[in-house]
Design a binder for this molecule. Structure first.
Ligand code: 4NP
Length: 167
């Protein structure tokens, strides 16, 4: 819990057990490395479907996180709720399918808060605007790739924030 957050960010995938928990973890890791006001950014994640509500992240996601020096084991899956569109300042979807699902749920004003997480990259970057691939039915390499992609997005995002985030 971040008291009096300067900015509130939500990451969204399908099940909220693989990609969006990793996104929350990677971005949190980067924010903590920056320290100071960057620690006042509040991050959360959710899924567009209800399949895994209450579950821990996939063990392969937990392993990929640990291998990169952060821990996501305490996160629990939840589904996106309508109140999220009011509460969060920005909502980052992992792929086009989940962005479309969010756009259907959101009111027209909140739709402006929704974007692809990989759109944070510079347009010249190889992964710019790409979908973060769903690793659920693949092997552990897929999870490593997800972490690598999200870490690039997190680095670009941090670089774009002012040192006094939220001002
Ligand atoms: P996520 O991955 O959306 O990155 O959490 C998936 C998790 C579960 C399922 C699909 C994708 N599933 O079909 O249960």
């Amino acid at each position: 819990m971040v008291p009096n957050p300067s900015k509130k960010i939500l990451f969204v995938c399908l099940g909220n057990i693989c990609r969006s928990p990793l996104a929350q973890g990677v971005f949190q890791h980067r924010l903590m490395q920056q320290g100071g006001d960057f620690s006042r950014v509040a991050l959360d994640s959710a899924g567009t479907v209800a399949y895994h509500i209450g579950k821990s992240p996939d063990p392969r996601a937990c392993s990929a996180a640990r291998a990169s020096g952060f821990d996501i084991a305490n996160q629990r899956a939840r589904q996106v709720s309508i109140s999220d569109f009011d509460y969060f300042d920005e909502i980052f979807a992992m792929d086009r399918a989940n962005r479309a699902a969010l756009l259907k749920l959101a009111d027209p004003i909140s739709q402006n808060k929704i974007r692809l997480v990989m759109s944070l990259l510079d347009p010249s970057a190889p992964f710019f605007d790409r979908d973060v691939p769903d690793p659920y039915y693949g092997d552990s390499d897929g999870f490593t790739e997800v972490v690598s992609m999200l870490d690039q997005a997190a680095a670009a995002w941090i670089a774009s924030l002012s040192p006094s985030v939220g001002n």
